[in-house]
Design a protein around this ligand. Structure first.
Ligand code: SAH
Length: 379
């Protein structure tokens, strides 16, 4: 019986010769016993990496005010499903609810759904929500979500945590990147034996030359398609914060982080966080497939999004409740990290979409249309 993921992988590789890197990433993150998300302290200062909600409550509170606004433009429905994918410790949702609870009508209508696969994260989320009195449901995927009311999908650093396939072009054909054991019993890269087809969502695949590599995440595309179908019928929006690229690109982005440092992806299977940059262009194409009912908002940096929604003002209000200068300075530096273009503010992007019938914030297309038609001009 293997006692850790490395031993388990060695057993598999002795039997199968090689497995796709995609399967390695999925096992490292999701193995029910040895997977990374079974780890007690993955997120936060004490963990391997820190996410925006864990940096400052002002992040979740700004997203909370965005949720409140969406509820209003939906016509203040008596029932509204707020669905978070990969909610980690529940900090973002908890900070959102902190805002929502000030408005009884909103609190009455909100139903919370957490889509989460890690029992450790689910336990943390349950604890984080103890103080809130509203219906909260947990799901393993999007199949069982109720279809009876408008909804909002939400996720921070969710897509980057989903496994990617890596394809490499050789001799005019695409092969999937695999891993195998070398003579010293160490993991190394290799290619699968049979040619495979590149995904339709990768716009550069046809221009590739030998040696070029592309990455794509089948699970991300599937999740987005499910969300799109849902919104098509129920109406509502999606809002995701993540790091990645807008224009298609060649190359690999799979990386491993342990104790806030980059490490070799094979060095600590199940003990380091594996992520890949999000291909926002490919995700956008999924929404494009529903263009009659849904629209994709122009890409925006996290910094611009938070600043325009008033994170500085929120920070000032929070500071007034803090007594020591040290705490105030810490808050300032947290907000700087979340918004500065050289830090998370520039590296992270907002990927937002919604039903065409809604007048969504930051919809430049709508604003331009309104102006060309002589509406919406405040001058
Ligand atoms: N949003 C949180 C956590 C990000 S880490 C934050 O910003 O702090 C990624 C999260 O996605 C974890 O909670 C992990 O358990 C969850 N996750 C990873 N793969 C998943 C899947 N296939 N379905 C649902 N949740 C998943």
């Amino acid at each position: 019986m293997p006692s850790n993921l490395k031993e388990y992988l060695i057993e598999i590789l002795e039997e199968k010769e090689s497995i796709p890197i995609h399967d390695y990433m999925a096992l490292c993150l999701q193995h029910p016993e040895f997977g990374y998300y079974q780890k007690k302290e993955a997120l936060g200062r004490k963990g391997d990496f820190i996410t925006a909600p864990e940096i400052s409550q002002s992040f979740g509170e700004i997203i909370g005010s965005y949720c409140a606004y969406i509820w209003q433009i939906l016509g203040e429905p008596s029932q509204f499903h707020l669905i978070e994918l990969g909610g980690g410790y529940g900090t973002l949702m908890s900070d959102i609810l902190h805002v929502i609870k000030k408005y009884p009508a909103m609190m009455e209508s909100f139903h919370i759904h957490m889509v989460e696969t890690s029992p450790v994260m689910i336990a943390r989320q349950k604890k984080a929500f103890e103080k809130y009195d509203l219906p909260i449901f947990w799901h393993k995927d999007l199949d069982q979500l109720p279809k009876d009311a408008p909804c909002m999908f939400l996720g921070n650093e969710f897509f980057d945590a989903l496994p990617v396939r890596q394809l490499q072009k050789e001799g005019g054909f695409w092969y999937e990147r695999h891993m195998q054991l070398n003579k010293q019993n160490e993991f190394e890269f290799c290619l699968g034996n049979r040619p495979v087809c590149p995904p339709e969502t990768h716009l550069l695949a046809d221009d590739a030359k030998d040696g070029h590599m592309i990455e794509y995440s089948p699970l991300s595309l599937k999740f987005l398609d499910q969300m799109a179908r849902h919104l098509q019928k129920q109406t509502g929006v999606g809002l995701f914060m993540d790091y990645g690229y807008i224009f298609p690109t060649f190359g690999e982005s799979l990386q491993a982080i342990k104790n806030h440092e980059y490490v070799d992806i094979f060095a600590y299977p199940g003990e380091s966080d594996l992520t890949a940059h999000v291909d926002f262009g490919a995700l956008g194409q999924v929404i494009g497939g529903y263009s009659k009912e849904l629209k994709l908002l122009p890409p925006m940096s996290q910094g611009d999004f938070l600043l325009q929604l008033g994170i500085m003002q929120r920070g000032e209000a929070l500071k007034a409740s803090l007594s020591s200068q040290e705490e105030k300075d810490l808050l300032d530096s947290a907000i700087h990290r979340l918004t500065d273009k050289d830090e998370m503010g520039g590296i992270f992007k907002i990927f937002a979409f919604g039903h065409r019938s809604l007048k969504l914030p930051f919809d430049w297309e709508d604003q331009i249309l309104a102006q060309t038609q002589g509406r919406g001009d405040e001058k």
